[in-house]
Design a protein around this ligand. Structure first.
Ligand code: HAS
Ligand code: CU1
Length: 570
């Protein structure tokens, strides 16, 4: 079987382009992370603390939004072409969304980094969550809007490919990888409504001075309408790799295709109506709505717990095909020398801990203890920072040879890199969690206060700071090794024999699952109803309390139109 790059050369070129943008963002964002880790622990301060927030905004945007989503764009393009066994409908549309997303991301990055040169008068020190009352230059919101529209176009590209495939295969079940892409994009279309409304109707006109004020709680709630689902937009590509590639790397087969479909349908249904779990301490939202968000969040643990079961069962199946035995000894039979396998397995292992800390976050009462403390960055460096980022790096070791036709430069370096990432993250995220419990705040350049010492139950904050700096340093070294390995792979000689990118059939296939699972219209309809139930009243009360635009009446042109209408009617 020819390698992907031979079968779909044009799609492979787009995937390579998205990976280049993703990896450049990874490198810059990781460098900023090193600066932050050394700065806030007091070891090395190369910039003024006032510039820390520019670097922190760059770190969050380039890593959490650009690196992850550009990798997703490439991975999903690969997965759709591969699993439908056909090229995308029109490569011009594909390059168009790549161009729009890349231009948008570049404008956002320019708006952020311009903040380091005050004379430019452009800044966006709004952190990656960019909610008011922090305000960025219009360039930031314009770039963000372009980026989001570009991702919508990418989704349309993949849906058009699916529709063409469906016309030729009216009775087949949706191939699993395409099913995962389409359900993820449906969730993305629904959840990005919040951030698109916030950016286009409120933040952009506000940053242009067209409206004087916004209602910060409204724009913040619209952000979190999107802000929790976006974490699953990062996670679902990792899950696509854990479900469809990791079993093969383990030498086995996916335990259950139907269970995988159930998991992705649950994410489509439940990802969006929970965003208020980021706002347990926000005034202006009633406790009742927060309680509903908490309850929904607890349901949301199910798809990941199902994943833990399915993926580990698949790994065990692989291990036993390789001669593994016993209750746990089979772990030793797994291919731990393969950087792609070991990176994904370690990412999953850390996600078990990251998920646990997510459960702590989700408890309304216990959240009061950790909200806005360093515990939360501890949580998301295990989730997006490892479950997602390490899986994407590990997956690249398996994907890049298929996209270039050239072998990986060094598997040993790849193995060292993934282990270094895991060890660095253990140090950094564990210390962040513990510092958070001692009350150390997040998003602060200098978390020390006059005549006040944080006291921890175990050890000292100084010891925790050392672990954060040390862990952060290991993570940076790990990224350098990753980029070095990928870069040198591009200079390797082309491989004679094609890469085996075949994926074994699952142990229990789609044919064993109810056809209704593939009824994407039904699941999307239910998802929309759940979002309406979760958000109508909270948003309604927020607008009633403090208006659409806060203290100002809103768009002057709208005000005049309303006044004119009143005159006509009167
Ligand atoms: Fe979270 C805050 C709750 C998952 C990311 N989260 C954040 C923020 C980010 C983030 C970025 O309820 C900060 C936002 C900000 O800047 O303010 N989170 C949860 C819950 C889950 C969860 C309940 N988060 C994620 C994922 C993320 C992510 C995934 C990124 C990808 N999170 C919260 C809450 C807050 C929050 C509150 C607000 C805190 C505050 O007050 O600000 C759940 O989805 C977790 C479910 C996961 C599990 C684990 C299952 C285990 C698996 C591993 C299988 C093992 C394998 C390998 C495959 C139950 C699937 C095994 C290996 C062998 C060798 C066998
Ligand atoms: Cu969340």
């Amino acid at each position: 079987m020819a390698t992907f790059v031979d079968r779909y050369p044009e799609e492979a070129a787009v995937v390579r382009a998205t990976f280049v943008v993703a990896f450049v963002s990874l490198g810059i964002g990781a460098f900023f992370g090193l600066i932050q880790a050394l700065h806030r622990t007091g070891y090395v301060r190369i910039l003024d603390s006032v510039d820390y927030y520019t670097i922190l905004t760059g770190h969050g945007v380039l890593l959490a939004l650009v690196f992850t989503i550009f990798f997703l764009l490439g991975l999903f393009t690969w997965a759709v072409a591969r699993s439908l066994e056909r090229p995308l409908p029109d490569i011009r549309l594909t390059w168009a969304w790549f161009g729009l997303t890349t231009t948008g991301a570049t404008l956002v990055a320019v708006a952020i980094l311009a903040g380091l040169i005050p004379s430019l008068g452009v800044s966006a020190d709004v952190l990656y969550t960019f909610y008011a009352p922090l305000q960025a230059h219009p360039l930031f919101y314009a770039g963000l809007t372009m980026f989001i529209v570009g991702t919508w176009m990418a989704g349309a590209d993949w849906f058009l490919a699916y529709r063409a495939w469906r016309a030729d295969n009216p009775d087949d079940r949706i191939p699993l990888q395409t099913f995962m892409v389409l359900t993820t994009m449906l969730m993305w279309y629904l959840s990005t409504i919040g951030v698109a409304v916030s950016a286009v109707f409120f933040l952009l006109p506000w940053s242009f001075g067209i409206v004087e004020t916004v209602n910060p709680l409204l724009t913040r709630t619209l952000f979190w309408f999107f802000g929790h689902p976006v974490v699953y937009f990062w996670l679902m590509p990792a899950y696509l790799l854990w479900y469809t590639v990791l079993p093969k790397l383990a030498g086995g087969r996916l335990f259950s295709d139907p269970l995988a479909r159930v998991v992705f349908v649950l994410f489509l249904l439940l990802s969006t109506p929970v965003g208020i779990h980021h706002q347990y301490l926000d005034p202006g939202i009633s406790e009742g709505f927060k309680f509903i968000a908490m309850t929904n969040t607890m349901f949301l643990l199910l798809p990941s717990l199902l994943t833990a079961f399915t993926v580990v069962a698949s790994m065990e199946h692989g291990a036993r095909q390789r001669g593994g035995e016993g209750y746990f000894k089979w772990l030793g039979a797994l291919p731990w020398r393969d950087p792609a396998f070991t990176g994904m397995a370690l990412a999953g292992l850390m996600f078990a801990a990251g998920g646990f800390s997510g459960m702590i976050n989700a408890g309304m009462n216990i959240n009061y203890l950790i909200h806005n403390t360093l515990w939360v960055p501890g949580h998301f460096h295990m989730t997006v920072g490892t479950a997602v980022a390490l899986t994407m790096m590990a997956g690249s070791y398996w994907l890049v040879p298929q996209l270039t036709g050239k072998r990986l430069y060094s598997r040993p370096i790849g193995l060292l890199q993934v282990v270094l990432w895991f060890v660095g993250m253990v140090f950094m995220s564990n210390a962040m969690h513990r510092a958070g419990l001692a009350g150390v705040p997040r998003r602060t350049a200098e978390p020390q206060y006059q005549s006040f010492d944080f006291s921890t139950a175990l050890g000292s904050v100084g010891e925790l700071q050392a672990q954060i700096a040390f862990g952060g340093f290991l993570l940076f070294v790990s990224v350098v090794l990753f980029l070095f390995n990928i870069l040198l792979s591009s200079f390797e000689t082309p491989m004679e024999s094609p890469v085996d990118d075949s994926l074994p059939a699952p142990l229990s296939g789609a044919e064993g699952s109810p056809l209704v699972l593939d009824d994407l219209r039904l699941w999307t309809g239910i998802a929309i109803v759940l979002v309406i139930l979760a958000y109508t009243l909270p948003l309604g009360s927020i607008v009633t309390d403090a208006g659409l635009f806060g203290d100002s009446p809103g768009f002057p042109v709208l005000i005049d139109a309303v006044a004119m209408l009143k005159e006509v009617v009167a």
